[in-house]
Design a protein around this ligand. Structure first.
Ligand code: GDG
Length: 502
């Protein structure tokens, strides 16, 4: 007998059972509905990515509050006097409460400490973190501001607060200090490094103390949990129980657990099969000259952790070793530029441009060139079309918590075709073992994997894809949210009891 897979309905039923009288508050830097002013009219957009997909049904069911930074140009016009908006805007079910930040605060907290210190610190991508004391102060102040808004929202009622990511590491401790009865959980969407790496952070103790204000702390995979447990045991006064993945600090427990995030498999799969996508495939093939080509694909936020130069180098080496494919295989790299005010991202953009010029000039024949670069925010329909056009998709991260692009490619391939080339340094590689797993630093192997993907017989492509699809279908985003919720409401409270009663 097969177990039914999780979906929005089963998640809703679970919420009704688990939440009871508790108020659920989700806190994240990014909001689930961004209001923009377009030609003087207020419009909203739902940001791309798995987080909203997973947490929105949960919030819609329990009618809680989502607290986030109001970064949209139209947000100010959409809120009431308490900075709240009922969402979804078309059929309001829960409250979105926005936190305002000044430009200086956004610079120090988001671009500064979060993305110039914590992001490189947690990823082994050899970009040196910048530890700026002023950024750290701003990070503390912004975490405090988020905490104040959450506490005001809760107003002493029983509540469970589920915090997202590395922007808000200090929030849980602050909440616990204010009200020890609040149930606190956090999901850390990026890797956690080993203690040797983490110890270079001048504020490591404060960050760990902040995170240990959580009843439950989630990472994507067991390795990140183990790194965290080891970091805590080496850094601060605490008891660490490795068998139960339980930390006791100030006589308070924190459960540390892996929850591999995922995508809404059915939704991605059905969207990919839509006739709009078929039309878009035709349009893109004509526009980009893809007809008759073997197409390779990369879709990434342009970030130095994603190994984009590494895959371009591998593509160049592949053509050098296999010149018979010149004019026959084309690699399309799509994805949005991000965090462009940070030096490391500007350097990456220059490096990418340099490599593109070099490889495309070297191998170009007539109007064909090996790499087509589309660094723009493409609409979902174009991304779906590109995934379907691509015989192989490359995810070559130097380090990545999970990587949803890999799972989206698999979910899109309802035709059960396509090859995934995947870096072993992604969380996804732990589940998608039927991908061609390739170290992005090993250019020679990487080039050979491209050849293997290009020449792989249909039967083998299909066998591998069917297995990967069944894994992503089963371990979907709703399962992620459901497991987290159960651990938060049951596991974490159970762990709290014996310690508090002593
Ligand atoms: C962090 C962790 C973890 C990309 N380009 C465009 C676009 N995308 C979409 C993708 C995908 C999402 O953005 C990127 O998700 P990832 O998981 O690959 O990476 P991060 O942004 O680094 O996310 C990561 C994730 O959190 C979740 O926990 O998996 O490890 O680093 O959905 O399709 N979307 C649109 N246009 C683009 O050009 N619309």
């Amino acid at each position: 007998m097969t177990t039914p897979t999780w979906n929005a309905d089963s998640l809703r039923r679970l919420v009704q059972r688990e939440i009871g009288d508790y108020r659920l508050v989700v806190v994240s830097n990014r909001q689930p509905y961004i209001h923009e002013l377009i030609e003087g009219k207020l419009r909203y957009v739902v940001p791309a990515g798995g987080l909203t997909t997973a947490l929105d049904p949960l919030m819609q069911e329990c009618g809680g509050t989502w607290v986030a930074y109001g970064g949209g140009k139209g947000d100010w016009y959409a809120v009431d006097e308490r900075n709240r908006i009922a969402v979804p805007p078309d059929d309001p079910q829960y409250t979105l409460r926005l936190v305002w930040l000044t430009e200086e605060q956004e610079k120090g907290y988001y671009y500064g400490f979060s993305n110039e210190a914590l992001w490189p610190l947690c990823h082994n991508a050899y970009t040196e973190p910048v530890f700026d004391a002023e950024d750290w102060q701003t990070y503390q102040a912004v975490n405090e501001e988020f905490a104040n808004q959450v506490l005001d929202e809760i107003d002493g009622q029983p509540a469970a607060v589920f915090t997202q990511d590395y922007h808000l590491a200090l929030l849980p401790r602050r909440l616990r200090e204010a009200d020890p009865d609040i149930i606190t959980g956090q999901f850390w969407h990026i890797p956690w490094p080993n203690p040797e790496i983490f110890r270079i952070c001048p504020w490591q103790t404060e960050l760990l103390d902040g995170l240990l204000g959580n009843d439950l702390l989630g990472f994507h995979i067991g390795d990140h949990c183990n790194n965290f447990l080891e970091t805590v045991s080496r850094t601060i006064d605490s008891r660490v129980d490795l068998d139960f993945s339980l930390i006791s600090h100030h006589n308070e427990p924190t459960l540390v657990r892996p929850f591999p995030i995922s995508v809404d498999f059915e939704d991605v799969c059905q969207s990919a099969a839509s006739p709009y996508v078929t039309d878009e495939m035709e349009r893109l093939s004509d526009e980009l000259g893809l007809n008759g080509m073997v197409v390779g694909l990369g879709i990434d936020r342009i970030d130095y952790t994603k190994g984009i130069p590494h895959r371009f180098r591998a593509m160049g080496r592949f053509l050098e070793k296999n010149p018979e494919y010149i004019g026959k295989v084309v690699f399309v790299q799509a994805g949005v530029m991000s965090r462009t005010s940070i030096d490391a991202y500007q350097q990456l953009a220059e490096q990418i441009d340099g490599l593109l010029e070099e490889i495309n000039t070297r191998f170009a024949v007539r109007d064909w060139k090996p790499i087509i670069y589309l660094p723009t925010d493409l609409p979902n329909v174009s991304l779906l079309a590109l995934r379907r056009l691509a015989q192989f998709c490359v995810v070559s991260s130097l380090h990545d918590g999970m990587n949803l692009v890999a799972k989206e490619y698999v979910a899109s391939r309802f035709d059960e075709d396509g090859v995934l080339i995947l870096s072993p340094f992604t969380g996804a590689a732990h589940e998608l073992t039927d991908a061609l797993i390739v170290n992005p630093y090993a250019t020679e192997h990487f080039a050979d994997a491209i050849l293997e993907a290009v020449e792989m017989p249909y039967e083998e492509r299909r066998t591998r894809m069917v297995r990967m699809r069944s894994i992503v279908r089963e371990n979907n985003i709703y399962k992620w949210a459901a497991r987290l919720l159960v651990e938060l409401m049951q596991g974490a409270r159970r762990a709290r009891r014996p310690i508090r009663n002593h």
